[in-house]
Design a protein around this ligand. Structure first.
Ligand code: UN1
Length: 496
């Protein structure tokens, strides 16, 4: 019988009210059941939301630097547990151990960064237009925040949300992805061990029903979500109706442009990491290569040769470069897109099939795949596949490259390889994306920099960095009049 885990609500570990559970399995070894988790519903979310609301009273009043001390301690606990945590994450969601260690490190960086921000959380002081009057703004927490996350960064991405939320004085109801509940639980355990008080952080495991209950709960003031654009649109509609603040981090179709003067060795290395890292299951994955015709064939040949040599396997074993896809649904989806690409007339250079054989048959492995001859209108150039599949487009100029890069509904990350400083700077402005890398692939965000996308990738907010605190705080504007008389703005100072 697999181990059974619980929700954490109001300072206590509990089953779902109706006792229902779901299973989490190892995507590289399907017979390995990681555990059973509560399949929570509205009743569980309600208990969590009410606990968070109650805890908000004291947590929001604690001086921010004291909350920062707890966050710093969280960073210390995660540092101690880094290897153990990474092992369990790899077991549950499949990316290799060196990648899950990076995932935990991103959480550690986020903890220390959020701790440092608790000594800033600046407002403004601004001159008044009237004499003997003082104007300022300060930040107040929003209230209870609902955190709904994806499985691909099962520790880092929840911490991008939970840590700044807590730093700013909010309390949290957290639902990890149903594909990574154990990782979410271990993260919560680390936070509790580091001293987060009862009720401040509540864990509700489950799938769509739990997520929907969080979005619809009237005591939850803000929703932060990482996942698909389709789910994001549904969440946004409810939040709009209920006047909730919401931050959405959704799909991408991230281009790498390689111009004719680009360093090809560097570009190949960047592509291997950007396209096939995390088996292409990042919202920031490099999924389109836009190659100048002068270097196109050479670049594709070199990349194909190296991509074929990538070692697939269970990421907790030695010498594994690429893990499996997350589940059967993902395998079906990626397989479907191979057919779509071929029907559209793209040329399959390598891959295109489920990977089988030595140690792979019991997992959702898929071969690294490259399509050439892709044109801008094809679905494999437009739609997010979320797998190890690269679509290569050939262009004749910088202008054509940028036009191709921008020809998608998404706008998260992007990259350009060139030695031409003028074109690199032009691209920083011309590419429609929240992030542009110069001479690096589309992945590699750092915890203290703003992260997010334009167009249908996001809804205008940023995670990470200082900007995330704009989402987790409300601005209060304050006027202090010490003139001893009634002063009228817009009226007293202006003579008609
Ligand atoms: C995501 O795919 O949801 O820059 C986040 C990166 C990582 C974060 C990815 N640091 O790819």
């Amino acid at each position: 019988m697999p181990e059974q885990f619980q929700n954490y609500i109001d300072g206590a570990w509990r089953d779902a009210a109706d006792g229902a559970t779901f299973e989490s399995i190892n995507p590289a070894r399907n017979s390995d059941v990681v555990g059973l988790f509560p399949d929570s519903k509205a009743e569980d979310v309600d208990a969590a939301a009410r606990a968070a609301r109650e805890a908000f009273k004291s947590w929001s009043r604690m001086p921010a630097p004291q909350r920062g001390e707890i966050l710093r301690h969280i960073g210390d606990v995660l540092t101690e547990r880094k290897n153990d945590l990474a092992f369990e994450m790899t077991r549950e969601m499949g990316k290799p151990f060196f990648e899950t260690k990076g995932d935990v490190q991103e959480a550690i960086d986020t903890a220390y960064y959020a701790a440092s921000e608790t000594r800033r959380l600046f407002g403004h002081t601004v001159p008044s237009e009237l004499p003997d009057k003082f104007n300022m703004s300060l930040r107040r927490p929003v209230g209870v925040v609902g955190v709904i996350t994806a499985w691909n960064f099962p520790v880092a991405v929840p911490t991008w949300k939970i840590f700044p939320a807590l730093a700013a004085g909010n309390t949290v109801v957290f639902k990890p992805s149903e594909d990574a509940p154990h990782s979410g639980m271990l993260l919560v355990q680390a936070l509790l061990d580091a001293g987060v008080p009862a009720g401040v952080l509540n864990l509700v495991q489950g799938a769509g029903a739990a997520g929907q209950a969080i979005v619809e709960h009237p005591e939850i003031n803000a929703i932060t979500f990482t996942g698909s654009s389709e789910t994001g649109a549904k969440i946004g509609a409810v939040c709009g109706r209920m006047h909730k603040r919401f931050s959405m981090e959704m799909g991408g179709k991230n281009p790498m442009i390689v111009l004719d003067d680009g360093d090809l060795d560097l570009a190949v290395e960047g592509l291997l990491w950007g396209v096939f890292g995390t088996t292409g299951q990042r919202c920031t994955a490099t999924s389109r290569l836009i190659a100048h015709e002068a270097i196109h064939d050479d670049l594709v040949d070199r990349l194909a040769e190296k991509a074929k040599a990538l070692r697939l396997g269970y990421g907790n074993e030695d010498n594994v470069d690429v893990g499996p896809l997350i589940n059967q649904k993902a395998l079906d989806k990626v397989t479907r897109y191979i057919g779509i690409g071929q029907d559209e007339g793209a040329r399959l250079v390598i891959g295109g099939e489920r990977a089988t054989g030595d140690g792979l048959d019991d997992g959702f492995f898929f071969e690294p795949t490259i399509f050439t001859g892709v044109t801008r209108d094809m679905r494999i150039a437009q739609e997010e596949i979320f797998g190890p599949v690269l679509s290569v487009l050939k262009v004749g100029s910088y202008d054509e490259a940028v036009a191709a890069a921008n020809d998608t509904k998404y706008g998260l990350s992007s990259s350009i390889y060139t030695k031409n400083v003028a074109l690199a700077f032009k691209a920083m402005h011309d590419i429609e994306a929240g992030i542009t890398y110069v001479n690096g692939p589309t992945i590699g965000a750092e915890a203290h920099m703003p992260f997010g996308g334009v167009k249908q990738t996001g809804n205008g907010h940023r995670e990470g960095g200082w900007e995330v605190f704009d989402f987790y705080t409300e601005t209060k504007t304050i006027y202090v009049d010490y003139s001893g008389k009634l002063q009228k703005a817009q009226i007293d100072n202006v003579e008609d």
